[in-house]
Design a protein around this ligand. Structure first.
Ligand SMILES: Cc1cc2nc3c(=O)[nH]c(=O)nc-3n(C[C@H](O)[C@H](O)[C@H](O)COP(=O)(O)OP(=O)(O)OC[C@H]3O[C@@H](n4cnc5c(N)ncnc54)[C@H](O)[C@@H]3O)c2cc1C
Length: 463
């Protein structure tokens, strides 16, 4: 059977054996599954022919981008399948600085879009720690959020059009660059967040933003999440043009510094806020505005210390610390990560209840919390004792994950804010997704992929 794939795709387009080994794992290392082989189509016509071959032979396929997803969706599961990597389709097809759009193939890295936009005097706003490896296809399929969602929204909010191969092998060309297109069901939005279960995204069009000609970044020490929320309100309400507002607990902050990074302020406070404000208007006095409001927060006891990044290197250093948190935390022991969203005003209550629940039920777990306070997306990690095996720890803490998800949902939030469902959150999906929504998802899946060939065992729990 693999001969047919080799004949269709050629030696560069079909990998097996040792050449395919890297595609059996993702960034987390928690998920492993040997693919039958790895298909690397070179263009959309080849991608469509590949999907038709899979349909004819009833071969399941798992789309993969940079494999930085955190829920196991880009790795083969129980059912034998090929991996389809879009890495040979990484071109930027078009960029129009006047209308502010960019069209890129699915294998293009998010950082490459950012660079191309910057060279054209524009901003591609999507930004997160894995942006060097994460791709257009993966970011859309998980509807990635990241640090600037507060200002610009998630991947979905930036996407204008999509090109994809549907499970029957037909090419869906909705690669429009227009902002208005009311012609019925918007299939673009079905494919975004579908985690490769409804089609193979081959390219997408995005809107760009004006560049931020003034960018001010501050690190502020705060005594509590309630104080952080007060600081956020003070800055936001004051028209500080916030781009990012991150909240970071002392433990993950220290874990990142322990990876060899210099501390910008003396350690000690229980919480840190990493705040960024930006404006396309070069004359906008953001620094004095921020300084005045942070000074008022210091006076009111909402903040205890603060420093500004006075150079691009200093700014990059602050963000480097933020981006090192996942790696730094994992180095301390086995980690059970969560990814919830709650209404922004409910963040302090959520954190207090989640910490108390963990302390009550799982006193051996260390409480790690950080996230995008500005959009209500908080990551709590229950960290286990060093030396304990990761999978065993996750099994042992399954009920803790449920408790944290339940608190978020009870506050009107979501049990998966930006990482998607993949295979790691199927139990939560079964338990917490409203049954009518699950039934509608199953009906859509059955209509587009009746033989369940696209990413089986991902996103939709068995009925
Ligand atoms: C250090 C680190 C920090 C991170 N920070 C953030 C963050 O702040 N915000 C955030 O949202 N995420 C974050 N992530 C998660 C991850 O980077 C995102 O989910 C990213 O969008 C995944 O992109 P990828 O190309 O690696 O996709 P993959 O991991 O390869 O795939 C993810 C899913 O998309 C599907 N898929 C991939 N390509 C296609 C395609 N062409 N067509 C159809 N389906 C496809 C896969 O089947 C899989 O289900 C982080 C990850 C790491 C490792």
């Amino acid at each position: 059977m693999t001969d047919a794939f080799a004949a269709l795709l050629g030696p560069l387009g079909w990998l097996t054996g040792a050449d395919a080994a890297a595609y059996a794992r993702d960034w987390t290392g928690d998920w492993q599954g040997e693919p039958i082989g790895v298909a690397r189509p070179r263009d959309r016509a080849e991608a469509a022919a590949l999907v038709r071959l899979c349909a004819a032979r009833e071969v399941a396929l798992v789309p993969a981008g940079g494999r930085t997803g955190l829920t196991g969706g880009a790795v083969v599961g129980e059912r034998p399948a090929i991996v389809v990597s879009l890495e040979r389709m990484a071109a930027i097809r078009a960029l129009d600085a006047v209308e502010g759009t960019i069209v890129a193939e699915a294998g293009c890295a998010i950082a490459a879009l950012q660079r191309a936009a910057a060279e054209a005097g524009r901003l591609f706003p999507l930004s997160f720690g894995a942006e060097g490896s994460a791709t257009v296809g993966g970011a859309l399929s998980t509807n990635a959020g990241g640090i600037r969602a507060l200002r610009y929204g998630s991947a979905r909010d930036l996407c204008l059009g999509i090109e994809a191969v549907l499970p029957d092998g037909s090419l869906l060309d909705e690669l429009r660059r227009v902002r208005k297109n009311n012609t019925g069901y918007d299939l673009r939005h079905l494919l975004i967040g579908a985690e490769g279960t409804l089609g193979l995204i081959t390219a997408a069009a995005f809107r760009l933003a004006p560049p931020l000609r003034v960018l001010e970044t501050a690190l502020v020490a705060v005594p509590s999440p309630a104080a952080a929320l007060a600081l956020f309100a003070r800055l936001d309400e004051g028209g500080a043009d916030l781009v990012a507002f991150e909240l970071i607990g002392a433990l993950p902050w220290g874990a990142a510094l322990a990876r060899g990074l210099r501390a910008p302020l003396p350690e000690g406070p229980p919480w840190w806020c990493l705040v960024e404000a930006g404006s396309p208007d070069a004359s906008r006095p953001l620094r004095p505005m921020l300084e005045a409001r942070i000074a008022a927060a210091l006076e009111a006891g909402e903040a205890t210390d603060a420093t500004f990044a006075d150079s691009e290197a200093a700014r990059a250093h602050l963000w480097k610390i933020r981006e090192t948190i996942p790696e730094g935390t994992r180095a301390l022991g086995p980690a059970l990560p969560t990814d919830v969203a709650v209404p922004v005003s409910a963040v302090p209550e959520f954190l207090a209840r989640a910490e108390a629940a963990l302390a009550r039920g799982w006193p051996e777990a260390r409480f790690v919390a950080f996230g995008h306070l500005g959009d209500g997306n908080i990551h709590i990690v229950a960290l286990g004792p060093a030396g304990e095996e990761q999978k065993a720890w996750k099994r042992r803490l399954a009920a803790a994950e449920e408790a944290i998800n339940d608190i978020a949902v009870s506050l009107g939030g979501s049990f998966s804010a930006e990482h998607g469902i993949g295979r790691s959150k199927l139990a939560a999906m079964r338990r917490l997704k409203p049954p009518p929504a699950l039934a509608a998802m199953r009906a859509i899946k059955a209509a587009l992929d009746p033989r369940v060939l696209f990413n089986p065992g991902t996103l939709i729990p068995d009925g």
